[in-house]
Design a protein around this ligand. Structure first.
Ligand code: B12
Length: 312
């Protein structure tokens, strides 16, 4: 579209807004689209009475009731639509305005997207870690979450300081070593750790398995298990880590487990208990199951695919 046509459209829109009393911007004659370098400074005009009287009267679209509310106008089968919406968390039945989302579903989408972004980019609450007696070390990521996301390889290696701290503070060669990593969701750790960690600790005690010194790893990827295995030589390593969040779903944690983890191990040597959250795999049950799996790994002296083959 050429600049002349674009100007005509902008002027028409501004004329309409002005006529409706909604524009606090410059008069139409000043709205011609200039080259980017020549953009005029924003006018410091006070908001028009129409704008300052604006009231946001939209109800919160993220409540369960609002989410379940069908947005299709005049549906052919209203009951069928409601049943379909009830059957899935997928975004269906919201209706549309022309080719676009309607306002409420669009805001819900933005709110859910914010949940995902928040949990991905923020750090796990330090108070939680200290209340559970966890000290904190870091992988080789130095440039914050952005680097963490772009360089998974760095998240799979402990930095030098971490190696020294772990060697100084942890019991070597326990039967079960538990580590906690932020992974891709801080919320997942905050929602589940306080429930699952005591269950694993007590479960190990009951099963007569020695329990290593647990600690927290910032900017953590699953592959860091090999470095920990080389340093501490546990029989079984459990890594509790935040799963990749879904849209609006931030509290899901995984327990990745390996038998005698060491340099060169891949996910084929590991197992995972996934979707740990209240509503998915309950953290208390997941903790008990993790201890059972540790016992099985020790009995068969294997993890991952090798464990499956050994079990027959
Ligand atoms: C991302 C993902 C993948 C990616 C991983 C690539 C990457 N670099 O991120 C890809 C597409 C390669 C993948 C593949 C597979 N995945 Co996958 N994956 C996921 C997902 C969506 C998120 C995992 C996550 O957040 N990890 C945490 C972050 C921090 O870890 P990370 O270090 O960045 O990435 C590592 C892990 O994601 C790990 N991983 C991913 N999947 C699996 C599966 C198993 C069994 C193991 C041991 C490790 C593992 O591989 C990455 C590299 O080490 C989960 C869903 C969920 N709810 O957890 C499924 C999930 C973990 N995957 C699953 C499966 C079954 C597989 C496959 C076996 C599928 C197949 N038949 O080929 C393969 C094997 C994986 C492997 N690495 O060997 C299942 C596990 C079910 C179970 N309890 O055993 C899950 C839970 C999905 C599901 N609901 O079915 N996966």
């Amino acid at each position: 579209m050429d600049a002349k046509r674009l100007n005509e459209i902008v002027e028409a829109v501004v004329r309409e807004l002005t006529a409706a009393g909604l524009s606090s911007g410059p008069a139409p004659a000043q709205t011609a689209v200039p080259a980017p370098a020549a953009l005029p400074p924003a006018p410091a005009a006070a908001p028009s009475p129409a704008l300052s009287a604006l009231v946001v009267d939209l109800e919160d679209p993220t409540t369960p009731a609002a989410r379940a509310h069908p947005g299709v106008q005049n549906p052919a089968d209203a009951d069928g639509l409601a049943a379909l919406m009830e059957a899935t968390p997928a975004r269906i039945g919201y209706g549309c305005a022309g080719a676009r989302y309607r306002t409420a579903p669009w805001l819900t989408f933005q709110a859910d997207q914010a949940v995902t972004q928040d949990t991905l980019y923020r750090d796990v609450d330090e108070n939680l870690l200290s209340s559970l007696g966890l000290f904190k070390v870091q992988t080789r990521v130095t440039g914050g979450k952005q680097e963490y996301l772009l360089r998974p390889d760095l998240g799979r290696q402990l930095n030098e300081e971490a190696r020294q701290t772990i060697q100084q503070r942890c019991t070597r060669a326990p039967q079960v070593q538990v580590c906690v990593g932020d992974g891709l969701s801080a919320q997942a750790i905050e929602s589940n750790l306080a429930q699952i960690l005591p269950v694993i600790r007590q479960g190990c005690q009951t099963a007569g398995l020695s329990f290593g010194t647990p600690f927290f790893i910032q900017y953590c990827r699953v592959g860091v298990m090999n470095d920990i295995g080389d340093l501490l030589q546990p029989l079984v390593l459990m890594l509790l880590i935040g799963e990749r969040p879904g849209l609006g779903r931030a509290d899901s944690m995984s327990v990745y487990m390996g038998f005698r983890p060491q340099k060169g191990h891949t996910d084929a040597e590991r197992d995972v208990i996934c979707n740990v959250f209240n509503g998915g795999t309950n953290p208390l049950e997941a903790g008990a199951y993790a201890v059972q799996l540790a016992q099985k790994m020790i009995r068969f002296q294997a993890g991952g695919v090798k464990l499956k083959l050994a079990e027959g």
